[in-house]
Write a protein that binds this ligand. Structure first.
Ligand code: GLN
Length: 537
């Protein structure tokens, strides 16, 4: 078996430069050149995973097939590469320490003093190499979260230094993503912050092999030469990353800058002339040249922060391109949606999506939005909590069970149409204990979902503690809330649809986690199509 190559991506000067997008774009180029690539994210915070983080803190929590609650960058990796990620693709400082401390408790360190170096750094090195050693990948890209110089990232940087030494220059390299700020008063791009961040990296014993420079303006040759000279990299290893209209332009921009070639040259791997990005470019073309536009309301309680619903927004981009439609997503705060204002706030929408979520805040607004969509025959998609709200709304307003609610919002509820799952009843820890990851679901043939998926058995990812209460199933079905998807093993209701409605679907799972550029999610494609049909009425 050939040696796996490792690429480490560090960040300098500022956070939010888009390391994840650069890593994903490079991976895409290497993938279309025939290499098997995966991307890993190392997060320097103490939470064991982001599952316990409020979306305001860190954006959406992404979920993999194997049930890992992960950083949202893994969503970008999957959307770009169309290859599933797993628990091994996201590691946090919390997880590293947890594992080292558990080993210490088991006596595995044989009486030694347990220290950051070597025990924590060894654990990091092991976690980095798990993906490489699986034999599934030729190239592993590891993105180090945070900014070089942060106290938290030091053990990661040291682990990278050691691995580079062990693996050698032909098998490992460091790409440093940095910012070249533009001072408008001086009319100049400035290289000094980059010089300093490269120097900081150097103080930890790491020489950057490639600089990827985020910039608002083009870098001229003089500036490229200056950056190369003072940052100690080859001239062709200074890569411009200019602000793009969409993240989906970045692979092409990196191709023009030949980032992939610099990497392959470093690894002494063959470089074919042709790169086939046609499927990707076909998507970009459709995305950029829509024939129609629809406006879809996203009803949620974290709408102030775009990253909270990242995968949903990206799924709309994929599904929009598939339909040659621009999907304008209008975020509407569910806390500010009183009954008397619903028609005014939602009346102009072509379709309504009620978002996933937790807790009590903003619930009433979500129920009102469901009601409006149902009564006015507006295409509706409810995801997870959104589906649960659809069941509650139907129970209250059609079945006339006025106090229908979920046990999540009222643990003493008399009519819990949404129940706590049996296996959740004795769970006390919050982290990693929900019903997580991929589960099978069997679809009813005569349904919108079957029409969308075109197959009877599907697999979708979950993240919830509460479930449809089967005690109300007969009543709800007879009243017109159909069960069109169930877990084949447990009978758990996964999908509901309103009878005699143009398109009203609630799903207990999260379709947004599985939508990719090359495989837009069928449910989002069908939902956007329903919005388009509605807009033409
Ligand atoms: N809070 C609900 C539950 O735990 C829904 C979760 C979600 O929307 N992801 O069941």
């Amino acid at each position: 078996m050939s040696q796996t190559k490792y690429i480490f991506v560090t960040g300098g000067v500022s956070s939010s430069l888009g390391k994840g997008i650069i890593a994903a774009s490079l991976a895409k180029l290497l993938q279309v050149r025939g290499h098997r690539v995966t991307i890993q994210k190392l997060d320097p915070y103490i939470n064991v995973d982001p599952g316990t983080l409020n979306p305001y803190e860190h954006g959406e929590c992404y979920v993999t097939d194997d049930g890992a609650e992960t950083d949202l960058d893994l969503g970008h990796y999957e959307r770009f590469l169309n290859v599933p990620t797993s628990q091994a693709n996201n590691v946090t400082t919390g997880r590293i320490y947890q594992s080292v401390i558990e080993k210490e408790r088991r006596g595995e360190f044989l009486g030694k003093t347990v220290q950051v170096v070597p025990h924590i750094t060894n654990e990091i090195k092991e976690r980095i190499q798990i993906l490489g050693k699986s034999g599934d990948f030729d190239i592993v890209i590891t993105e180090i979260g945070g900014t070089v110089g942060d106290i938290e990232s030091l053990p990661y940087i040291e682990a990278v230094r050691q691995l580079k030494w062990e693996l050698g220059d032909e098998n490992s390299m460091v790409i440093h993503l940095t910012l070249i700020p533009y001072l408008s008063a001086a009319g100049e791009l400035k290289t000094k912050p980059t010089q300093h961040s490269v120097k900081t990296l150097m103080e930890s014993g790491i020489k950057a092999d490639v600089l990827v420079c985020r910039t608002e303006h083009k870098l001229n040759d003089d500036l490229r030469r200056k950056l190369a000279l003072f940052c100690n990299v080859k001239e062709d290893a200074v890569i411009e990353s200019i602000d793009a209209d969409t993240i989906y332009d970045v692979p092409n921009l990196m191709l023009e800058e030949e980032l992939d070639k610099v990497v392959l040259k470093t690894f002494k791997l063959p470089i074919a002339d042709k790169v086939n990005l046609s499927a990707w470019n076909n998507f970009v073309q459709r995305h950029k040249n829509p024939k129609n536009q629809v406006t879809i309301g996203l009803i949620g309680k974290y709408v102030e922060l775009q990253d909270s619903y990242k995968s949903i927004l990206e799924s709309f981009i994929h599904a929009g391109a598939a339909n040659e439609v621009k999907v304008k997503v209008e975020s509407i705060h569910s806390e500010h949606l009183p009954q008397q204002e619903v028609a005014q706030k939602l009346g102009h929408l072509d379709a309504i999506l009620v978002a996933p979520g937790f807790g009590e805040r903003g619930i009433q607004g979500k129920i009102e939005a469901v009601r409006y969509a149902r009564e006015n025959k507006i295409p509706f998609l409810g995801i997870c909590l959104g589906m649960q709200m659809a069941v509650i709304e139907y129970s209250r307003n059609v079945l006339d069970i006025k106090e229908a609610i979920s046990l999540e919002q009222d643990p003493e509820a008399k009519s819990p149409v949404i129940n706590l799952m049996e296996e959740q009843k004795n769970v006390t820890d919050k982290g990693g204990t929900m019903r997580l990851g991929a589960w099978a679901c069997k679809l009813e043939k005569n349904s919108h979902v079957f029409k969308a998926y075109g197959s009877e058995i599907i697999s979708e990812r979950h993240r919830h503690r509460y479930e449809y209460n089967n005690q109300y199933k007969t009543q709800l079905e007879e009243a017109g809330l159909l069960t069109t998807g169930t877990n084949p093993d447990t009978g758990l209701v996964e999908i509901v649809e309103v009878k005699d409605h143009p398109w009203f679907v609630g799903v207990q799972y999260h379709p947004e986690y599985k939508s990719t550029v090359l495989e837009p999610h069928p449910l989002f494609v069908a939902f956007v199509k329903a919005a388009l049909d509605n807009s033409k009425k």
